[in-house]
Design a binder for this molecule. Structure first.
Ligand code: ADP
Ligand code: ASP
Ligand code: MG
Length: 422
């Protein structure tokens, strides 16, 4: 008998029929003797619907007053799906109880809409498990030290599930979703993407941070920090599939490199359409410029991803970086009003129609020439590279958004990701 955490995403919880199916699957696991904690997302479309209502009433405003209410609002999506799942489990003859984040409590900091989990009190959940109940804990939300409801950022239920699994020292955290595992790239973009039976924690972390939305990045960080065994698998198989078979299905995130069976140089391709590029033109090339520009950006609580400073000509240079697309207007505005005048730079220009495409693989550590092969493939497709960044196990490029699918497909083929590794 083991303590297992299941997480079900929005599509998996998308209708009462699907919730009934989830309940039957969870009941099967509980009847097999496991202690079950289940973390559901809101029903698909619900978070967008709720946030859309807020936007109808008033556009997003900086500051806590508005974002506090967004969290108050969005958290209801998971509260509803959790209660529905508990009801469905009771209908299956199981004892079940659901808790909102604040009831557990799952404590977070007070960064509304992107809060971080600080601690989880497992006393209440453990007591229910000891009484034979299936415990449902809402995904995506927590409570700050003032009692305000917070949410963890889009896709945050993955993080809730892994954090609960870590806090409770669960034997495994199983992330049930609408695909049957982690693929070499998004199977909705490349039809011959291949499912990986295992993926190393480091690769999964890079894939998630480079934009593969199958797992929220913080969930992978949590799994790494607390060594939570983590598996991604399908909620769309028959609920009564053999439990041993189910337990081995999907993709396992592994922590030991030698556990890795599939040794490809490049394991996956990620892409991200959520960024925008900003360039400060004609900056005097002298010490302290990067600190001045990026310091102001950081002070405004805006995260920067890629950075490029060009060679200077006549003592002036251009300085470019990327930010989240949602923060583009705010960043440009801030730079124009606060930084440009004191910097003596010429202008701030930008482009929101960019995307970032990344190749990821542990094998890149021991192989040279992988990045240049990537650049060659893109040039053969006539795709211009605007920015490049590399780390030990990934290479990313920023390109025009309209070439994203072409780039991903060409790279997937060029690195033989459609073929099983030899
Ligand atoms: P959920 O609602 O279950 O959390 P998400 O939509 O957040 O599901 O994540 C699953 C989706 O992630 C898949 O439907 C797929 O389109 C996308 N995805 C992106 N990259 C990958 C990848 N490398 N492997 C599998 N799925 C991926
Ligand atoms: N419901 C939230 C969202 O749509 C959290 C999640 O699904 O993981 O982002
Ligand atoms: Mg998700």
């Amino acid at each position: 008998m083991a303590l297992i955490v299941h997480k079900y995403g929005g599509t998996s919880m998308g209708s009462t029929e699907r919730i009934r199916n989830v309940a039957k699957r969870v009941a099967k696991w509980a009847r097999a003797g496991h202690q079950m904690v289940v973390v559901p997302s809101a029903m698909s479309g619900e978070t967008n619907r709720l946030l859309g209502l807020a936007k109808d009433l008033a556009p997003a405003k900086p500051g806590d007053a508005y974002s506090r209410e967004l969290d108050m609002l969005a958290a209801t999506g998971e509260q509803a799906s959790s209660a529905l799942l508990a009801i469905a489990l009771q209908a299956e003859g199981m004892q079940s109880v659901s808790y909102a984040g604040w009831q557990v409590p799952i404590r977070t900091n007070n960064a509304y809409t992107k809060a971080r989990i600080e601690s989880i009190d497992d006393v209440r959940v453990r007591a229910d498990l000891a009484h034979g109940k299936v415990v449902i804990v809402t995904g995506f939300q927590g409570v700050d030290d003032q009692g305000n409801i917070t949410t963890l950022g889009r896709g945050g239920s993955d993080t809730s599930a892994v954090a609960v699994a870590a806090a409770m020292k669960a034997a495994e955290c199983m992330i049930y979703t609408d695909v049957d595992g982690v693929y070499t790239t998004d199977p909705r973009v490349v039809a011959d993407a291949r499912r990986l039976t295992t993926v190393s924690f480091e690769e999964m972390l890079e894939m998630a941070s480079m934009g593969s939305k199958v797992l929220q990045i913080r969930s992978v960080e949590f799994a790494g920090k607390y060594r939570v065994p983590l598996r991604v698998l399908s909620s769309f198989t028959e609920w009564d599939i053999d439990i041993n078979e189910e337990a081995k299905s999907g993709t396992l995130i592994t922590f030991e490199e030698d556990e890795k069976m599939e040794q490809a140089v490049v394991s996956g391709i990620a892409f991200n359409r959520d960024e925008a590029k900003i360039s400060v033109m004609g900056v005097p090339d002298k010490p302290g410029i990067a600190a001045q520009i990026l310091g102001a950006v950081a002070d405004a609580n805006i995260e920067v991803d890629m950075i490029i400073q060009n060679l200077s000509k006549d003592g002036k240079t251009d300085f470019s970086f990327t930010v989240n697309r949602g923060e583009y207007a705010k960043t440009v505005d801030m730079l124009k009003t606060k930084v440009l005048p004191s910097l003596g730079a010429e202008e701030v220009v930008g482009d929101t129609k960019i995307c970032k495409v990344s190749i990821v693989g542990i094998g890149m550590r021991s192989h040279v020439g992988i990045a240049s092969r990537m650049f060659r493939v893109l040039s053969e497709e006539g795709i211009n590279i605007q920015m490049i960044s590399t780390s030990e196990i990934k290479t990313s490029v920023v390109i025009d958004e309209k070439y994203m699918e072409l780039a991903v497909r060409a790279l997937h083929k060029a690195f033989d990701l459609d073929q099983p590794p030899s």
